[in-house]
Design a protein around this ligand. Structure first.
Ligand SMILES: [Zn+2]
Length: 142
């Protein structure tokens, strides 16, 4: 099994979007993270009748990865994250997701579905000034 290309990673994000539980907003999102070993982790947004309890696809994917595989160093092995929202429209991550992605994978490439094309950007471009605690224990992060 080879390393998936950008379009393949977007296909995985689109497949995850199909598993979205978003009856309240009607805004289904899927996210897929490719790791250095070529494997992927994907997730969809999951909403709740108590709106504030809903969770975005991007954070779900990051938390799933950390919860399943622990916290190895170096961006936790995350190379790219593809995000697929409404087909044809780029779904930029919300501020909370940008903060979480930045803490665990500050060098990750972000790929947004956008019609036939994809928008690619760095976390520095997407979220240049993340919140950081001076005394945080990164538990193996960089
Ligand atoms: Zn979000």
């Amino acid at each position: 099994m080879g390393v998936p290309a950008v379009s393949d990673l977007l296909d995985i994000a689109r497949a995850a979007r199909e598993r979205s539980y978003s009856p309240y907003s009607g805004f289904a999102v899927g996210a897929a993270i490719r790791l250095t070993d070529g494997t992927t982790v994907s997730a969809a947004n999951v909403e709740n009748a108590s709106y504030g309890l809903s969770m975005c696809a991007e954070r779900s994917a990051v938390f799933k990865l950390i919860a399943e595989r622990g916290t190895p160093s170096g961006d936790h092995g995350m190379v790219e994250i593809a995000i697929a929202g409404d087909p044809g429209t780029a779904a930029y991550p919300c501020g909370a997701c940008r903060q979480v992605i930045s803490e665990f994978a500050s060098h990750i490439k972000v790929i947004l579905e956008s019609g036939d094309d994809a928008i690619e950007m760095t976390m520095d471009e997407l979220f240049p000034h993340p919140f950081e605690l001076d005394n945080k224990d990164t538990n193996g992060g960089d």
